[in-house]
Design a protein around this ligand. Structure first.
Ligand code: 3H9
Length: 657
């Protein structure tokens, strides 16, 4: 029989007396209005055909259903709603089985939950990531999932938004079977279910749970929520499924979903979602093909180099690590090995994958081995002479088509590139420490970088699982330049009367995991001090300069590692130090500043404005391509709370509200 078309994205075919309905809405089969309309048409058709014993629902391509169409959020509602479609599925008189062929997320999971049976192939993954978008499931997920897998597992999955593989879904009871041929398995399940009383998930009771386990799961979710609303609401709704009737639970879930969907928090997280998908897309690279990279050379296997090495190894590259001496190479190998081991212990890396990583790694004191590398990343001491000398040497070692990347954080990569015979093959790759864990990489498009080198650097970063953000050359690139403006403003407020702990408390209440002075102490104060000393001669004498950080360094207070910095750590915890108060008062006195009170609101407003103003300057100078890129850098590199959308989003909100 020829294929039936129920809408532009939903088709059907009858196979073995079963209507097989396929959702085909690229790129991720989101449940757009025409998918919902098509599904309703298909269900009606399947129910009305006497020869059809049941229905299978599946997805075309790599995804079953990627969830509600996020682009529809904020648009006027179009019928039928997803809860209406789901109600039709669950109450259908013929068995409906979900044949899960790939990722099934959010509303997609809710469709699968409402089906009378679920089978998956081994590529399937299941997740309810709504909390990551600042919302809760809005089509029955919080009510049906606990009925199927229990309250504790449902709190974990819905509260964290994490995705699980087919095998875990099977062990939790989320699917009835995992098969190589999911369609075949789904067809036979429909035949098994036909004529039998149907198992409707919404009518099941929630299995009893140990109160202590429910409490522990709740605590875990809330401890990670950091000021976000959605996770707590999601947990509340899941717990309520035990106590209230399905209809009441669904109504509560729907009104909570609609309220959160229209919140600023959800708008911020949607902005982040789309900004991430935009990041690294550069108009001038359209049609440019990235070079094939198989072997990555890494010069310097200290903390940063080892982290980059692990990120490269775990994404399948062969790595040649180079050090200056055999002793340093041995130490580097040990450091890399220990980092790999830690990844295995924390569950990020399978033991077999670790063995593969080791087999692809060479660490040597012979720089000549870099001749086999397609892409070389330097992660040596951040000093211009050291780096330019290294790049000159690399010219004589690497292949003519090899790409050279510098991991400098503050130096001018154009100057480093100029030291080589071929500056067109040099690019900046600014990783964040620990580089095997932090997702952000600033990809610096230098003056002479040619498009296919930039495209290759982006492709490499993406393959390493990173979030690459392209930027132009400026001191500190996007992140450190904004961080400097933010730090400057914080220090102005300290000089004018705010205590460092008041500023940190205001930032932490806003959602930063750590205030700026606590971050300072953790990173160590001495590197920035050395930089300020280097810049002293060229500093604008008329610009305001706060000396308090210099005075702390002069007193040997370099932060946590010395037990004292902006705070005192001698008791193990961060504590306000009267000696710092005295030092600040002396600095104010020396300038004749009369201290005044700063409210938490004023502190946050001023710091956000300082970041957004610097961001606007970066955009005007063409250093950053999009406001969203700046937001991603601050969120992923500097602890800016994602649910606030980043400094540019927050500033935009301020001017539009
Ligand atoms: C929900 O379901 C609420 C319900 O409970 C209740 C409703 C009543 N919508 O990530 P990629 C686009 S909330 C619209 O690079 P991948 C994306 O923007 C939803 N568009 O692909 C990009 O577009 P472009 C819960 C979407 O293969 C393109 O698809 N669901 C959606 O690396 C490719 O995206 C989620 O939160 C969407 N739902 O990963 C799932 N998803 O090419 C969010 C993607 O123009 N999605 N796009 O830049 C994902 O996690 C990943 O996209 C996925 C594929 C794993 C599916």
């Amino acid at each position: 029989m020829s294929a039936m078309r129920f809408s532009e994205s939903v088709t059907g075919i009858i196979q073995d007396g079963v209507l097989v309905v396929t959702i085909d809405n690229p790129p991720v089969n989101a449940i757009s209005a025409h998918v919902r309309q098509g599904l309703v048409e298909a269900l009606d058709h399947g129910a009305s055909l006497g020869l059809v014993v049941g229905i299978v629902v599946t997805g075309a391509g790599r995804t079953f259903v990627g969830g509600a169409d996020i682009k529809e959020f904020g648009q006027p509602p179009v019928e039928p709603t997803l809860p209406e479609v789901i109600e039709r599925i669950e109450s259908c008189g013929k068995p409906i089985v979900a044949a899960v062929n790939g990722a099934v997320l959010g509303g997609g999971c809710e469709i699968a939950l409402a089906c009378h049976g679920r089978v998956a192939n081994d590529k399937a993954s299941f997740g309810m990531p709504e909390v990551k978008l600042g919302i809760v499931p809005g089509a029955g997920g919080t009510q049906r999932l606990p009925r199927l897998i229990g309250t504790v597992a449902a709190i974990d999955l819905i509260g964290s938004g994490r995705a699980i593989k087919a095998a875990e879904a099977l062990s939790l009871g989320l699917v009835d079977g995992v098969a190589v041929d999911h369609l075949d398995a789904a067809l036979s399940l429909v035949h098994d279910l036909a004529g039998e009383p149907l198992r409707r998930t919404g009518l099941l009771g929630v299995p009893p749970a140990e109160p202590a386990a429910v409490e522990a799961a709740t605590k875990k979710v809330l401890s990670r929520a950091r000021g976000q609303t959605a996770p707590a609401e999601a947990v509340r709704l899941v717990k309520a499924a035990t106590d209230v009737e399905l209809r009441q639970g669904l109504a509560d879930e729907r009104s909570t979903f609609l309220r959160l969907r229209d919140s600023t928090e959800a708008a911020a997280l949607r902005h982040v979602f789309f900004a991430e998908r935009q990041a690294g897309k550069v108009e001038k690279l359209e049609g440019i093909v990235a070079r094939n990279i198989e072997t990555v050379g890494i010069v310097g296997t200290g903390l940063m180099g080892a982290g980059i090495t692990v990120a490269a190894l775990t994404s399948g590259y062969r790595v040649v690590g180079v050090e200056q001496t055999q002793e340093a190479a041995d130490k580097g190998r040990e450091r890399i090995s220990a980092t790999l081991e830690k990844s295995v212990q924390s569950g990020r890396l399978a033991a077999a994958a670790r063995d593969g990583c080791r087999a692809r790694l060479t660490v040597t004191a012979d720089a000549g081995e870099l001749a086999s590398a397609d892409f070389v990343i330097e992660a040596v001491f951040d000093d211009l002479t050291v780096k330019t000398e290294l790049f000159q040497r690399l010219d004589g070692i690497v292949r003519p088509d090899a790409i050279l990347a510098t991991n400098t954080s503050y130096l001018n990569p154009d100057e480093i590139a100029a030291a080589t015979a071929h500056p067109e093959r040099v690019v900046g790759l600014h990783f964040f420490s620990p580089a095997n864990i932090m997702r952000l990489v600033e990809v610096v498009d230098c003056k002479a970088t040619v498009p296919d080198v930039l495209a290759s650097a982006l492709a490499l970063a993406r393959k390493m699982g990173k979030l690459p953000v392209v930027c132009g050359v400026t001191e500190g690139f996007i992140g450190n330049r904004i961080f400097s403006a933010y730090r400057r403003e914080a220090e102005f407020m300290v000089e004018d009367g705010a205590a460092p702990h008041e500023i940190d408390a205001a930032l932490e209440a806003y959602g930063f995991p750590m205030g700026i002075f606590a971050v300072y102490d953790m990173a160590g104060l001495e590197i920035a001090w050395a930089r300020r000393k280097r810049q002293a001669a060229t500093r604008d004498p008329n610009a305001r300069y706060v000396e308090i950080a210099d005075k702390l360094c002069e007193a040997g207070r370099f932060g946590r590692k010395t037990g004292r910095g902006w705070y005192d750590y001698s008791g193990g915890e961060r504590a306000v130090d009267p000696a710092v108060k005295t030092l600040i008062e002396a600095a104010r006195g020396a300038k004749g500043i009369e201290p005044r009170h700063f409210s938490a609101d004023e502190i946050v407003t001023r710091l956000l404005k300082a970041m957004a103003d610097e961001g606007a300057a970066l955009l005007a100078e063409g250093i950053a391509g999009r406001p969203g890129d700046i937001d991603l850098v601050m969120i992923n590199g500097y602890g800016f709370p994602a649910h606030k959308g980043g400094p540019m989003f927050a500033a935009d909100l301020d001017t539009t509200s």
